[in-house]
Design a protein around this ligand. Sequence first.
Ligand SMILES: *Cc1c(COP(=O)(O)O)cnc(C)c1O
Length: 395
Amino acid sequence: MSVRNGREFLSIPGPTTVPDEVLRAMHRPAVDIYSGELVAVTRSCLADLARVFRTQGRIYIYAANGHGAWEAALTNTLSRKDKVLILESGIFARVWGEMAAVLDLQVESLPNDGRHAVDPAAVEMRLREDKAGEIKAIMVVQVDTASGVVNDIPAIRKAIDKAGHGALLMVDAIASLATMPFEMDDWGVDVAITGSQKGLMTPPGLSFIAAGEKARARHENADLRTRYWDWTQREGEQHYQKYCGTPPVHMLFGLRKALDMLLEEGLEQVYRRHGLLAEATRRAVDVWTQGDALAFNITEPAERANSVTTVLMNGGGKPGPLLDYCNEKCGVVLGIGIGEQDGRAFRIAHMGHVNAPMILGTLGAVEMGLIALQIPHGTGGVQAAVDWLGQSVTR
Ligand SMILES: *Cc1c(COP(=O)(O)O)cnc(C)c1O
């Protein structure tokens, strides 16, 4: 028995749902890569990405996923044996740190239990000890997609400033850009990173770096630079230099359309929509947790992200049967737990091209699964989500 046929809901935190408009924009023949339309698309995408990052800094586009941009951020600004400080809050900063170690950087971590945001006071304390200024870069994610935490980037910046430390602040905004405010210049972020397949509603395969003045000054003497990632190479006059080779033509047409859609909706409204749908999800989960079989992974409500909610199974419960039920019976694909939450959690994404019926549909399928599998839960989670939206989204 199943009620699956119909449109599948991909409710994983990346890749996210690609709008039909974006798919249609990509469905076209390849074009000249040396002149004409594509050159203009590159120029306008660079300008609009800077608007989304809220920076006067330079944007670089890579035909790579987020891991590629992680590597590019490091190789463009650092030298062998430099020390970097990883601010952990889930698996993503840690893996970024692993990449740094392979590049022969010295990696130090500020540990975290994967259920809380980075503590700015701990950052300040560690940096105050670094009198010699050995730490050259501080790496943090704005939203950790595994734990579901949102870190307070302005507070971390303040902590760095209070310690009087000169390290570069590098922020992974892959799961947060275009889902919540990000103010690269106002917040004093030196390097910001994102990918195409999350808030930017474009298929996976592109990633982006925004680099501020201080980062570009460090770039001059960085000895980890390699030809492919190199910012200076990508600033060349020729269009193909922006991509160190053939541009990802169709991805760029898709990106152009996605940026049009985001800017037409308006970034403030995009953030509001994400906030409303995230809160609807949290209202539902909050009710379900009354059965004690489930819990929010992030214990502090204010530290829960607006792009993804990570739900822990208590008491050794396994999320597999619920994930299978939602997929096989309802056509809703939930995110699995990863990192510390591997085999212990599921994730509900509310990121990118999502609206009320998609989120309410996903929540409805989860609640169906909780009932069908007799997983103890407070009843009326979906109703709580509907109530929240009905009260918040008024005429
Ligand atoms: C998805 C994600 C990544 C990795 O991006 P890939 O495109 O899979 O390489 C890195 N950081 C965060 C916060 C992410 O959500």
